[in-house]
Design a binder for this molecule. Structure first.
Ligand SMILES: O=C(O)[C@@H](CO)OP(=O)(O)O
Ligand SMILES: [Mn+2]
Ligand SMILES: [Mn+2]
Length: 609
């Protein structure tokens, strides 16, 4: 997602990026800033036009009370829920005076909103929120049925087997070698994939004539409990055995931990994808085993420092030591993740003839498809089994059509969240002149080692954007609560939260200075609960009495605070929308930018007297 092209910044010696750097022409391929300026395909009307009303009225009406042109900051705290206040809530325990003070505005200017389950288009209210659905909802102003549910429906109705993506992969099965490969995340997390969907799909493929299946499975531990990979791979081995008994040669062929093998995102570290290519495609990895459960169990036992997220790559070999499932000419390959960000790079490696991100050594001619199309701008991949959600007429399109100047910024790990996901899974900019997208390069070490991440640099860049007077809408994402929350390291999460608080203070002070307006909200919970719990809600403890870390997101609602000197005194949160969710944020910030939102958006959270 997101090609890098066009102008590059020149780096000064200042600690943080400056807008001057962004706007100056430069050719230096620095490692601090990667602005996405120039070279993107314009896609102002967004996606498929098939279902779009014939004539869209893009002109937004002026808001009756809030004046247009007041600088407006929208700060998304990633992984920052409002949860029970106990010893395992890092947000409660951290010293975060600025963010805590926002609560004093309740109920008129601080409230919580739903960020999980059906409120954000997920199949059930047991589904935790995640960045993709959260940012899609905030960008689009609507609750959109997301990938997880669309795949469920397509599998249940059997439509998937009648569509052209399936017909495309099926062509490979009837001539040798004709292996059907599946690559993806094996868990019940429901954020990127779900194992039950893979199990149904493998069964469906067999029923449609597939005789040979190989799974390249990634261990999770991030959307589910650390160590649960053994349970999921055991379940998968059983299903594969059942298929074998019916006459389908079905086996696991390779694997590794999602954060170390294959599932990089936003080009943070191509080495991760390269490792995956070696294991899945070439059948090469340092660890070789005859069985996947044995592989995971042994690697974990021999290296107590490893875990599901970071498990090194392994390959399954036969008795002679030959890999059981390298990917070769004539095979079919399906990535069974429905979520885009962490499989876009692997998709490029399969899809692009001309590919220079790493040396593929061998580039097999295969029928390649995604569970979904992952990038609507790039049409990546060309073939897919289930159509992605149609996310149209997003706020971004309305805003550029009404001349709003936007600055969007985050660090690599969340950069696509405030741009790609925000714009309905489109990698290009909506308007070259009106928008500046700035990426601050993330560290590549595990984030508990550097929990402050780039909060300060992002805040400084946003501050400069606010003070510059060049932007109406400054949109940022601070990654720490989420990225450090996923490590399960409580002490580091406290540092992470404190870095976020300092960043927020810097930005709110800038808003104060220019008489602007702010909204501080979040996309889903994470740092707000760092312990696994029993049914009564008590923290589970290990043999030494320490709480067992929770590395996943939570089901908690998220805070939403508004304020700033530019916010008219008679603007308040209304009280008649107790179940409002992230999609209500959109009409709210469009109001704060001085506009009435499109009539079919979820209602604004604001009232005025
Ligand atoms: O890291 C990720 O890919 C997900 C968790 O699987 O987190 P987020 O939705 O916050 O990006
Ligand atoms: Mn997130
Ligand atoms: Mn996360």
């Amino acid at each position: 997602m997101g090609k890098r092209s066009g102008k590059r910044p020149v780096l000064g010696k200042a600690v943080g990026p400056t807008l001057e750097h962004i706007e100056r022409d430069g050719t230096r391929d620095d490692d601090i800033l990667k602005p996405r300026i120039g070279g993107f395909k314009m896609n102002c009307c967004g996606g498929s036009s098939a279902t779009e009303p014939v004539k869209v009225d893009w002109k937004l009406k002026a808001h009756p009370v809030i004046k247009r042109g007041t600088p407006f900051l929208l700060c998304v705290l990633d992984g920052w829920g409002e949860n029970r206040e106990d010893d395992y809530n890092a947000i409660f325990k951290a010293s975060i005076p600025t963010i805590k003070a926002l609560k004093n505005g309740a109920p008129a200017r601080w409230r919580t909103i739903k960020a999980h389950g059906t409120a954000v288009g997920l199949p059930s209210d047991q589904d935790m929120g995640n960045s993709e659905v959260g940012h899609n909802a905030m960008g689009a102003g609507k609750v959109i049925e997301q990938g997880a549910g669309l795949v469920d429906t397509a599998l249940r109705s059997g439509k998937l087997y009648k569509d052209k993506g399936f017909a495309y992969i099926k062509q490979a099965w009837f001539n040798a070698p004709g292996t059907q490969h599946f690559i993806g995340l094996v868990s019940d997390g429901g954020v990127h994939s779900r194992y039950d969907q893979l199990a149904a799909l493998m069964k469906g493929c067999f029923e449609q004539g597939c005789k040979k299946i190989r799974v390249h499975g990634l261990t999770d531990g991030r959307d589910c409990a650390e160590g649960s990979s053994i349970k999921f791979f055991t379940e998968m081995e059983k299903d594969l055995e059942a298929l074998r008994k019916k006459g389908c040669d079905a086996r696991v062929a390779s694997g590794g931990g999602r954060m170390f093998v294959t599932m990089d995102r936003y080009e943070a570290d191509w080495k991760i994808v390269e490792r995956g290519w070696h294991a899945h495609v070439l059948g090469e990895a340092p660890h070789k085993f005859q069985n996947a459960v044995e592989a995971i169990t042994t690697i974990r036992k021999n290296d107590p420092d490893t875990n599901d997220q970071y498990l090194p790559p392994f390959v399954i070999v036969d008795k002679s030591g030959a890999p059981v499932g390298p990917i070769v000419d004539g095979d079919a390959v399906v990535i069974f993740n429905f979520r885009a960000d962490r499989v876009a790079q692997l998709s490029k490696a399969f899809e692009y003839e001309d590919f220079k991100k790493f040396d593929r050594k061998r580039y097999p001619k295969v029928k390649f498809a995604g569970m979904m199309q992952y990038d609507g701008d790039l049409k990546l991949p060309k073939n897919y089994l289930v159509s992605p959600p149609l996310i149209e007429r997003t706020s971004g399109v309305y805003l550029v059509k009404n001349g709003v100047r936007t600055f969007a910024c985050s660090e690599t790990q969340k950069f696509g969240h405030v741009t790609f996901f925000w714009n309905g899974n489109r990698s290009g900019k909506l308007d070259e002149k009106l928008e500046t997208y700035l990426e601050i390069v993330s560290d590549t070490c595990p984030f508990n080692e550097k929990p402050k991440m780039k909060a300060d640099q992002i805040a400084k860049a946003a501050k400069e954007a606010i003070l510059s007077g060049k932007y109406d809408f400054i949109r940022v994402n601070l990654a720490n609560g989420d990225m450090v929350g996923h490590t399960g390291d409580f002490g580091s999460v406290l540092v992470a939260c404190e870095a976020v608080d300092k960043g927020v203070k810097l930005m709110l002070d800038a808003i104060k200075q220019v008489g602007g307006i702010y909204m501080v909200t979040a996309d889903h919970g994470n740092a707000d609960d760092m312990a696994q719990r029993n049914k009564k809600g008590e923290a589970l403890k290990d043999e030494e009495g320490n709480a067992i870390p929770l590395t996943s997101h939570t089901l908690a609602p998220v805070p939403c605070a508004i304020g700033g000197p530019g916010l008219p005194a008679n603007i308040k949160f209304r009280s008649d929308l107790p179940n409002a969710g992230l999609a209500n944020v959109t009409a709210t910030f469009m109001n704060l930018l001085g506009f009435e939102a499109p009539a079919d958006y979820e209602p604004t959270l604001l009232k005025w007297t």
